[in-house]
Design a binder for this molecule. Structure first.
Ligand SMILES: *[C@@H]1O[C@H](CO)[C@@H](O)[C@H](O)[C@H]1NC(C)=O
Ligand SMILES: *[C@@H]1O[C@H](CO)[C@@H](O)[C@H](O)[C@H]1NC(C)=O
Length: 228
């Protein structure tokens, strides 16, 4: 009896170990690759294309390389969506290259919307600095998880899931976002579908719409997402 119990424990232990091994690759791709040095301030003048940006000579790096002022100015929200997202990602903030992190500020005019979009490489967490936002994301099984945030609230959008932010207060609103990728990437679904030249045949079939209806949406999406 005792022998068969310890054999059972061994089998369970082996099964857990195998499961852990199977999950290892997923853990490894859960965020940006690990850095292989203390820092790798991006060299904007190096044309080499690698997975990330090429480091500038560490001997030429000083404190100012780790500072950025790109989030200091509110974004211009005078556009049809009434919103502007300003990103401090590696392209504009060389100091965060290889560090697996970035920030953004979201500015909203009254009624402003950051339209449904995804970040393929990052989970995003936002902090409401001013105003009130209705926010949500849609899981891969099509379930909406949405709520209203007030000043001081924090909300998280899991990596890669479709999400949006809508200003629901009487004035302007501002939020600060942190993302666990130096280059989260942004795909606005309306633009990716209706302003990419994907082909009306594809869209007519995908949405069960006629040619006229698809063209109408294409014009509307182009107008809504035009930045001055
Ligand atoms: C850092 O280096 C830059 C040139 O790369 C220089 O313009 C700047 O003055 C330096 N800052 C400090 C604090 O030494
Ligand atoms: C907003 O933009 C429009 C043109 O796109 C311009 O006519 C208007 O003056 C702008 N308003 C402000 C407050 O900048």
């Amino acid at each position: 009896m005792a022998g068969s119990f310890s054999a059972h424990v061994r089998r369970v232990t082996v099964a857990l170990f195998v499961l852990q091994l199977a999950l290892l690759p997923m853990m490894a791709i859960a965020s940006d690759a690990d850095p292989e040095q203390d820092f790798c301030v991006a060299d904007p003048n190096n044309p080499t294309i690698v997975n990330g940006l090429v480091c500038k000579n560490p001997a030429l790096v000083n404190g100012t390389d780790f500072k950025s002022t790109v989030l200091a100015t509110p974004g211009n929200t005078n556009n049809s969506l009434g919103s502007m997202v300003t990103a401090a990602a590696a392209g504009k903030f060389p100091g965060i290259n290889t560090l697996g992190i970035s920030m953004a500020r979201l500015d909203f005019a009254k009624g402003g919307l950051v339209p449904p979009h995804t970040h393929p490489r990052a989970t995003e967490i936002i902090f409401v600095v001013e105003g009130s936002l209705f926010v949500g994301f849609v899981s891969t099984d099509g379930t909406l998880f949405a709520t209203t945030l007030q000043k001081g609230d924090v909300f998280v959008f899991p990596r890669g899931l479709l999400h949006f932010e809508l200003n629901v207060c009487d004035g302007t609103a501002t939020a600060i976002a942190a993302l666990n990728s130096q280059n989260p990437g942004t795909q606005i679904q309306a633009v990716a579908l209706f302003n990419s030249g994907i082909g009306e045949v594809v869209l007519e079939k995908a949405f069960g719409l006629g040619e006229k209806a698809v063209q109408k949406i294409e014009y509307a999406v182009e107008a809504a997402n035009k930045k001055p």
